[in-house]
Design a protein around this ligand. Structure first.
Ligand code: FE
Length: 347
C-alpha cells in the first residue's frame, strides 16, 4: 500500500482535532461497506482525532430505508453508499446535506462528486471502479470487443451475458452510452445487447465471469474489483477461472472506460456535522485512500494517489483512459434508460 509520510498524518490529525473539539467526540457512520481494511482506517481516525466511530452496517437499500424511517431523529452523521446512481437517488430523497470543504474540492475530481451548488456539494466519491469487458479468447477476438458499442454488434450474437440491466452498475454504464449516442441510437444499442444475449440476465458480476470461463457465455461485463478478487484469490479454482478469460478496458481509443464510485455524504440531520466533515476529509487523505480503495480492490479517487494492488496491477494497472462524463449527470439519465430497457425487453 502507498502510505503518506508520517508528518502528513500528524498535520491532518492536528487539524481534525481542532475541527472536532467543540462537539461530542463521536461520529455515527451508516455504511454499506464492510471490509476489514476499513476497520484499520477507522481505528486510525479515532486514534488521531479522539472521535469514536459508531458504525451501522447494512446494504445500500437497507441504509436508505433506515434513513427515511428515522427522519429528523436519525443519528446518522456520515452515509457511505456504493454507486453514483444510489448516491444520487438518496440525494434526491433529501437524505444528505451539502458541505463546503476546500480539502475535498482540491483532492477529488469534480466529475466524481455531486453537482456543486452555492450551498456546497452533497456526495463525494472516495474510490473508483471500472466497468470492463471479460471475454473467452477461444470464441471472441479482442478487436471485436474493444468498445461498449461493439457489444451490440450482430457478430456477438448468442455470446453476451450480463447481470440485470436494471442493476445500478449497468444503469450507470448504459446512461453514459446513451448520453454519447443520443436517445435513438442509444436505445437501438440496448436492443442490440438483448439480441446478443447467450441467456436471460441473471446473477452478479462474478457469475458472469465464471460463465465466460465455463463456456456458457463468450463475453460479459463486470466491475474490476470482482475480477481482481478472483485474480488475487488464494483458491486455485478462482485463479483457474481468470486463466480462461481476458479483460478489456473498453473505449480506450475513443471515449474512455466507464468508471463508477463508492462514496459518502454528510447525513441531512447529522448531529455531529464538524466530525462528519473531518471524517470525509480524512477519507481523502493519501493514507485513507490506500485502505478505502484497496479494501475492495478499487482505484483511488484522489488525484495522483496510486494504489499498490497486485491483482489490479495484473489486470493492467490504473493508467487506463477514463470516461469523462460527470457521474451526477449520469445518475440523472437513469429513469429514461430504465424506460428504454423496458421497451427493448432487457430484464
Ligand atoms: Fe459490487
Amino acid at each position: 500500500m502507498n502510505f503518506s509520510p508520517r508528518w502528513t498524518l500528524a498535520l491532518l490529525a492536528a487539524s481534525l482535532v481542532t475541527a472536532a473539539s467543540a462537539q461530542d467526540k463521536v461520529l455515527n457512520l451508516y455504511s454499506a461497506r464492510h471490509y476489514q481494511t476499513d476497520e484499520v482506517m477507522y481505528d486510525t481516525f479515532t486514534r488521531t482525532t479522539g472521535i469514536k466511530i459508531n458504525r451501522v452496517d447494512a446494504d445500500d437499500a437497507g441504509i436508505v430505508a433506515r434513513l427515511r424511517t428515522e427522519g429528523a431523529a436519525s443519528p446518522a452523521d456520515v452515509v457511505m453508499l456504493v454507486d453514483a446512481a444510489r448516491l444520487a437517488a438518496a440525494d434526491a430523497l433529501g437524505l444528505f446535506q451539502p458541505i463546503k470543504s476546500a480539502t475535498l474540492d482540491r483532492a477529488i475530481p469534480s466529475n466524481l462528486r455531486a453537482a456543486a451548488t452555492p450551498e456546497g456539494v452533497t456526495w463525494t466519491g472516495f474510490s473508483t471502479r471500472a466497468r470492463v469487458v471479460v471475454y473467452d479468447p477461444a470464441r471472441v477476438k479482442a478487436q471485436d470487443v474493444a468498445t461498449y458499442e461493439q457489444l451490440a454488434d450482430p457478430k456477438l450474437k448468442g455470446l453476451l451475458c450480463t447481470r440485470s440491466g436494471s442493476h445500478p452498475y449497468n444503469l450507470s454504464l448504459f446512461s453514459t452510452v446513451v448520453d454519447r449516442l443520443g436517445d435513438q441510437r442509444g436505445e437501438a444499442w440496448l436492443k442490440g445487447l438483448v439480441d446478443n444475449m447467450a441467456r436471460a440476465p441473471k446473477g452478479g458480476d462474478t457469475d458472469q465471469i465464471r460463465a465466460v470461463a465455463s463456456g456458457e457465455c463468450g463475453v460479459a461485463l463486470t466491475n474490476t474489483y470482482y475480477m481482481a478478487r478472483l485474480v488475487g484469490s488464494d483458491k486455485a479454482e478462482d485463479r483457474a477461472v481468470t486463466d480462461k478469460v481476458r479483460v478489456v478496458f473498453p473505449n480506450q481509443a475513443t471515449s474512455g472506460t466507464h468508471v463508477n464510485i463508492a462514496g459518502a455524504a454528510v447525513a441531512r440531520h447529522a448531529k455531529n456535522r464538524e466530525n462528519a466533515i473531518a471524517f470525509m476529509e480524512f477519507l481523502a487523505s493519501t493514507y485513507a485512500q490506500g485502505y478505502f480503495a484497496n479494501g475492495n480492490n478499487e482505484y483511488a479517487a484522489v488525484r495522483g494517489v496510486k494504489i499498490d494492488n497486485p491483482a489490479l496491477k495484473a489486470m493492467g494497472g490504473d493508467s487506463f483512459k477514463v470516461e469523462n462524463i460527470p457521474l451526477a449527470a449520469v445518475a440523472k439519465n437513469q429513469v429514461k434508460v430504465q424506460q428504454m430497457l423496458d421497451r427493448v425487453g432487457y430484464k
